[in-house]
Design a protein around this ligand. Structure first.
Ligand SMILES: Nc1ncnc2c1ncn2[C@@H]1O[C@H](COP(=O)(O)OP(=O)(O)OP(=O)(O)O)[C@@H](O)[C@H]1O
Length: 247
């Protein structure tokens, strides 16, 4: 994925300016920045849901003008169909892309196992906790074997403990099933934990303050939280965000 000189505007208001970013296959790029700096707006441009005022989004070299094939998204507020069961939600995108019902349900059950929801296949979203709803959202996104997974603050609506559990489960899932991921988050820890690189946005309109390489070895688990490198990168990101806040 390539963002080539993206400027995002709503009416007269420029939200972000001249964003250049590249994400290589199999890698994770985390985007952090203060609230309102335009993280979700960038993600929506990558998903082809809105168009940049200036610049181009490319995926596999192709300019994005509408939602590209093979791009899946996980939202903060789950975005599940309330009238569909867990397995029907997970199978939905497969069905839409033409996979026959039996094969789609088989694949859905595989993903339901992967995210730890066995026994809840026939439950409806309102019968699930927030964490279980987000597991369903993850299963749905991964079911299509996306070439690019867009994560918009995926654990943001969860309580702190559930958030931590799901973060580490997602890390495990990602390690077993690597997928190219653009990961927007408010959580600096999450960005350092998942990212191969972190793009820190700040300013108004926002721009990239710094692109930080995270050289923590993969696979990562809870033990990295206490390493000197993790803490140093965390501090660096925090300072960059705070500098932008004071401007
Ligand atoms: N559809 C829209 N129309 C007009 N303004 C919008 C629209 N969507 C977003 N904005 C504005 O663009 C700015 C960036 O919003 P965006 O949601 O991308 O920020 P964010 O960094 O993701 O914020 P947060 O971290 O709080 O989720 C905000 O000031 C917001 O009000």
């Amino acid at each position: 994925m390539e963002l080539d000189g993206l400027t995002m505007r709503f009416g007269e208001r420029t939200v972000s300016r001249d964003i250049h970013l590249t994400l290589d296959p199999g890698r994770v790029l985390a985007i952090v920045g203060p609230s309102g700096c335009g993280k979700t707006t960038l993600l929506r441009a990558v998903a082809g849901l809105i168009q940049p005022a200036v610049g181009t989004v490319r995926i596999d070299g192709q300019a994005v003008t509408r939602t590209p094939e093979g791009v899946a998204m996980v939202f903060q507020h789950f975005g599940l169909f309330p009238w569909k069961t867990v397995e029907a939600n997970v199978a939905y995108a497969l069905r839409v892309s033409g996979v026959p019902k039996k094969a789609a349900l088989e694949r859905a059950r595989e993903l339901i196992r992967l995210v730890g929801l066995v026994g809840f296949e026939k439950s409806y979203p309102h019968q699930l906790s927030g964490g279980m709803q987000q597991r369903t959202g993850l299963a749905r996104a991964l079911a299509v074997r996306p070439r690019l997974l867009l994560m918009d603050e995926p654990f943001g609506a969860l309580d702190a403990q559930t958030r931590e559990v799901l973060q580490f489960e997602m890390l495990r899932i990602w390690q077993d099933h690597p997928v190219t991921m653009l990961f927007v988050t408010h959580s600096i820890d999450e960005a350092v934990l998942f990212g191969d690189q972190i793009a820190v946005l700040n300013g108004r309109p926002s721009g990239i303050a710094e692109l930080i390489d995270v050289s923590l070895p993969q696979p990562r688990d809870r033990s990295v939280l206490a390493t000197a490198e993790f803490l140093a990168i965390r501090e660096r990101v925090w300072n960059l965000i705070m500098t932008g806040q004071r401007d």
